[in-house]
Design a protein around this ligand. Structure first.
Ligand code: HEM
Length: 309
């Protein structure tokens, strides 16, 4: 009996490409279609969905804990933590989940919806495609405190960034490769104020920022006002997953201090070889999507991504 149960758990306990091929064959196509459909009306959605998956995986593993709403009897969840306050896209995940629940009840996890959406997001923005190993289950725990501890901050030094990624089992190279995701999407002014206005006691603005670029950013991100303003990471092609991230950094047009710090370390090596980077990015995304996953009999398949069953 014990042997049979153990066998069953081990059979179920690894992720694999095509996990839903029998139980819900249309699942992956439906996720792709809905992400594409919603992105038609909101070109910033791919960046939003990619970040949602990454923030999920970095806090207690890829288990959709980032999607849980506050609930009585539970500690404040990840989504209310400061580093997560600008996360968006929850209603798109809700829509995908509703459609999949109608078609295949209690079958597709919210964690897999996040991973599949991120893949579609990158592809849609013109980035590389990869096959997503699925079979992750949803977690029942979500902690704002753990989110604060686990997510890297834009003010981190190179050592702090490396240690943070290493703590999640990701190498320096994977960190640099994945950070190229900042070629799409936007940051709030509040995320770059220290670089623009409070660099150190003698210099207001980080001297590594191109001065014309800094002046333009300051016009949009004036201190004390425009709290809700956002600026694109890549001012040239903000919705395109291209090589501009590295070029921008090379020319002093990076937004976050953390990006500049990474660039100063090794990014320039990678910027020259696009095919090599694509290969590494695919592998790094698959690794990211496997962090601390719950499989087999662990966790649950939530019926509503915002609530435990
Ligand atoms: C190296 C450590 C990282 C730091 C410190 C960092 C920090 C940030 C910050 C501060 C923002 C702007 C948030 C805001 O102001 O609203 C942002 C946006 C973003 N990040 Fe990162 N990030 C990191 C790594 C990553 C990785 C590994 C990925 C993807 C795998 C990623 C994907 C994104 C995307 C796509 C956006 C744009 C989101 C949007 O437009 O809504 N980031 N990140």
């Amino acid at each position: 009996m014990v042997v049979i149960v153990l066998l069953k758990v081990s059979q179920l306990s690894s992720l694999r490409v095509g996990f839903y091929a029998k139980s819900c064959p249309a699942a992956e196509a439906i996720v792709s279609k809905l992400v594409r459909l919603k992105s038609r009306y909101n070109p910033s959605l791919p960046a939003v969905l990619l970040r949602l998956h990454y923030h999920d995986c970095f806090v207690a593993g890829c288990d959709a804990s980032v999607l849980l709403d506050p609930a009585s009897g539970y500690p404040p969840p990840e989504k209310v933590a400061l580093p997560n306050e600008s996360l968006r896209g929850f209603e798109v995940v809700d829509l995908i989940k509703t459609v999949l629940e109608a078609l295949c009840p209690s079958t597709i996890s919210c964690a897999d919806i996040l991973a599949l959406s991120a893949r579609e997001a990158v592809l849609l923005a013109g980035g590389p495609a990869w096959e997503v190993p699925t079979g992750c289950r949803d977690g029942r725990l979500s902690s704002a405190l753990l989110a604060v501890i686990s997510l890297p901050q834009p003010q981190f030094s190179a050592i702090q960034l490396k240690n943070n990624f290493l703590g999640h089992g990701l190498s320096d190279e994977e960190m640099i490769t994945l950070s190229r995701s900042h070629t799409i999407g936007f940051a709030r002014c509040v995320s770059i104020w220290d670089r623009l206005y409070y660099y150190n006691s003698t210099t207001e603005t980080d001297p590594r920022i191109n001065s014309a670029y800094a002046a333009r950013r300051k016009r949009i991100c004036a201190t004390g006002r425009n709290l809700g303003m956002i600026v694109p990471f890549d001012p040239v092609t903000p919705f395109k997953f291209d090589n501009m991230y590295y070029k921008n950094l090379e020319e002093g047009r990076g937004l976050l201090l953390s990006d500049q710090v990474l660039y100063d370390e090794t990014v320039s090596m990678l910027s020259r070889n696009s095919t090599e980077w694509e290969k590494r990015f695919r592998e790094a995304m698959i690794h990211l999507g496997s962090l601390n996953v719950k499989t087999g009999l662990q966790g649950e398949i939530r019926r509503n991504c915002r609530r435990r069953n």
